[in-house]
Design a protein around this ligand. Sequence first.
Ligand SMILES: *Cc1c(COP(=O)(O)O)cnc(C)c1O
Length: 357
Amino acid sequence: MRVYNFAAGPSTLPLPVLEQAQKELLDFNGTGMSIVEMSHRSKPFMAVNDEANALLRQLMNIPDDYSVLFVQGGATQQFAAVPLNLLKNGKADYILTGNFATKAYEEAQKYGDIAVAASSKESNYTYIPDMSTVKFRDGIDYVHTTYNNTIFGTRYTELPKTDATLVTDMSSCILSEVVDVSKFGLIYAGAQKNIAPAGLTIVIVRKDLLGNASPICPIMLNYAIQDKNDSLYNTPPCFPIYMALLVFRWLKEMGGVSAMQKINEEKAKMLYDFIDNSSLYTNKVAVKDRSLMNVPFVTGSEELDAKFVAEATKAGLVSLKGHRVTGGMRASIYNAMPIEGVKALIEFMKKFEMENK
Ligand SMILES: *Cc1c(COP(=O)(O)O)cnc(C)c1O
C-alpha cells in the first residue's frame, strides 16, 4: 500500500519510475547485473550518464555554452563550492529569504567579502524582497538567491535587477516550472526533492565562469575539473544518476517542464484556494510569493496541528509535519505528487475542519 507522501526531501518519486527501477534491479539491460554493481566507466553506465545529461539539457533548454555537472555533497556543499569557484574579485551579495539562503551566506563568508543585499528575516521570511528596490554593491562577482524556499514556502517570480552574475539554489523547484537558464550564471540543486534519491547534486554553470577557482578550492569542488572529466573525475553517485534518468524520461513523457508547470499550478491553486477559504487553516506567505512546491499552513493551535498530523498519517497522508523552525504543517507537492494526492489532502482537511470546529 503506497501512501501520499508530502515529505520535503527526500520525497516522493513517480510510481512508474520506481517500478522500472525495481524491474531492472537484478538485470540492467541484459548485462546480468544491477546498475549499482557495475563500473562507472562501463559502457552501460556511461550511456546512462550521457542520456541523463542530454535529457536534462533538453528538458531545461540549457544553452550549449553551459556545462551540466553531476556531483555529490548536496546543495550544502555548493554553499562553499560557489564562492570557491566564482569569487574572482572576492565580493558577492546575498539575498536572505530563509534558512538555506542564510546557511549559504554564512558559508560564503569564509571565502570573501560577502554582504546581505536584502532580507525578509524580520517577518520570519514570509515574503521575497521587492526586486525593484534591492541594490547591489559595485564590483561583485555574483548575486546569490534561493529560488524556492522549502521551509517557508516562498519563491521568486522576479529576478534581481543587476548586471552581475546570478547564482541560484533551485533545490526544491528545479524542473517544476519553466526557467530561462540563460538569465543565470549558475544554478545548483540537490536532487532529492524533485528529481531522484539523495546523493546527486546538479550544477548548471556557464562555461566562461569556469577556471577562476581559488587555489584552496578542493579538487572535488572545482567545476572546471568536473567539467573537463564529464563529472567522472572520481566515482559518481551512480544510482541517483540512473534514477534521475528515469525521472527525466518520465517528465518528458508527461509533456516536459511546461506541461508539468501547468499541473503544478493547478495543484497549488487548489490547495491555496482551499486554505484561503477555510476558517481553520492559514498560510502566512505573501500571496504573490507563494511557492508552487511547498505549502506551509497552520490551524492556529499547536495542539490541533499535532492532532492534524497524527490523524492525516492514519489516513495515509504522511510527512505533513512542518519544519521544526516554523511548526504547523507543510505539504510538499513536487512533480511526482499526483493531483489525486492533493485532492485527497483537501478532502481530509475539510473533514478535519468539520470535526474540530
Ligand atoms: C534541501 C535544501 C538544501 C539542502 O540540501 P542538501 O542536499 O541536504 O544539502 C539547500 N537548499 C534548499 C533550497 C533546499 O531545499
